[in-house]
Ligand binder design. Structure first.
Ligand code: ADP
Length: 395
């Protein structure tokens, strides 16, 4: 059994995989939330939902509670049945692959707190908690940044004083790498191609969103930067803006840089532009009802995504295997896919409107046979990717 953990400062998402067969099977999906506030642990097992209200003063108590519940409900024989725990870590600095959590790796995750102050501290607390509660388990870290360590300097450097990079690590790191790694591998399988020959543009459009340019099976460029704030427009994040807006709006609104940055992260994007919602389901519904605030939001969202797709197409050249849509919006919003694709006249894409609307299982082609570049929707599975990397590392 392998446990996959995605922890925040007050929550732990977890998924348990049975690894006794060749293909790991997820058997339980759960969430411990409101840690340090009061506490709720919920999970789904064999189609039934369970919920426990329990005092969770810290992550350690939460991990201990989860394990005891799994044993008590006979889902696992004992805590030792879980051979390894794979952690999703947002920022791994310049670590280029999933790694066993040695002291050195743990210190790198700690050093990256200044780059990901909202994300890494929760993961660190969770690692420390699991170490205490499960001293015999192997611990593995999988990073959202690692997959993008193949970028060239041309792609990862900003045109700022070089010292900012050398002394302060100011560079593009990129995120959603676990998802891109999974999708690229699935795409290679689907196309029956060697992984190192796959060229694709992958649009990971969830609440957080980014796009990656995959050239010869590796990340060649991506839209997020030093932090996940950069790139395409998102649910509540602005994506790219003129950096001078920050000083200007701080003066206008008499707010601090920290406050302005928080607005760019939490009150911008679809939420900021529509003034109502960050949820793409509401946006596309409002768009169909001709509401101006939803029209401008979806138009901007689609145009920015299309602008990056064409940039990345130019980086790959002529041999693009596919444009892939994935994550909550990419997988489910046919309207958003259509709006983005219709803004790419240079690529001679022909959408199969019917295929675009029909539901699917794991993946589906949504372009016609005449389309110069195939367009595919694929379901991502970051937890499975973490589980597979964890298995590889503990063997
Ligand atoms: P994250 O993991 O970044 O929190 P998700 O990948 O879960 O986000 O994606 C969340 C987004 O997906 C939300 O904007 C939600 O509205 C959108 N979404 C989910 N289902 C649909 C759907 N059927 N149609 C349109 N958008 C959808």
């Amino acid at each position: 059994m392998i446990l996959v953990v995605n922890a925040g400062s007050s929550s732990i998402k977890f998924r348990l995989f049975d690894t006794s067969e060749k293909q790991p099977k997820d058997i339980l999906d759960g969430l411990a939330e409101r840690i340090t506030i009061d506490g709720i642990v919920s999970f789904k097992y064999e189609g039934t939902k369970y919920k426990f209200e329990v005092d969770l003063p810290n992550h350690e108590v939460a991990v201990d509670f989860i394990l005891k519940k799994l044993v008590e409900m006979k889902i696992i024989k004992s805590a030792e049945a879980i051979k390894a725990v794979g952690f999703r870590i947002v920022h791994g600095g310049t670590i280029s692959e999933s790694s066993v959590i040695s002291t050195e790796v743990f210190n790198t995750i700690k050093d990256a707190v200044k780059l990901a102050p909202l994300h890494n501290p929760g993961a660190i607390t969770a690692i420390e908690a699991v170490k205490k509660v499960m001293p015999n388990a192997n611990l593995v870290a999988c990073f959202d940044t690692a997959y993008h360590q193949t970028l060239n300097q041309e792609q990862y450097l900003y045109a700022v004083p070089y010292e900012w990079y050398e002394k302060h690590g100011v560079r593009k790191y990129g995120f959603h790498g676990i998802s891109y790694q999974y999708i690229t591998q699935q795409l290679a399988n689907n196309l029956n191609k060697d992984l190192n020959k796959v060229n694709a543009i992958i649009c990971h459009l969830g609440n957080g969103a980014s796009i990656a340019c995959i050239k010869e099976g590796k990340s060649f460029d991506t839209t997020m930067g030093l932090t996940p704030l950069a790139g395409v427009m998102m649910g509540t994040r602005s994506g790219d803006i003129d950096p001078s807006i920050i000083e200007y709006i701080c003066n206008e609104l008499k707010i601090t840089v920290k406050e302005a940055t928080s607005i760019l992260n939490k009150q911008s994007g679809l939420l900021g532009m529509s003034g109502e919602t960050s949820d793409m389901r509401d946006i596309t519904n409002g768009y169909k009802q001709n509401k101006p605030n939803f029209i401008r939001s979806l138009n901007k969202y689609s145009q920015v995504a299309a602008d990056y797709i064409i940039r990345f197409a130019n980086l790959i050249g002529h041999d693009i295997d596919a444009i892939v849509f994935t994550a909550g919006i990419g997988e489910n919003s046919e309207t958003t896919r259509e709006e983005i694709l219709k803004r790419l006249p240079l690529l001679d894409i022909e959408l199969d409107s019917k295929a675009n609307e029909v539901d699917y299982d794991e993946s589906k082609v949504i372009s016609t046979k005449n389309s110069k570049i195939p367009v595919i929707v694929m379901r991502t599975n970051e937890e499975l990717m973490i589980c597979l990397d964890t298995i590889k590392l503990i063997k």
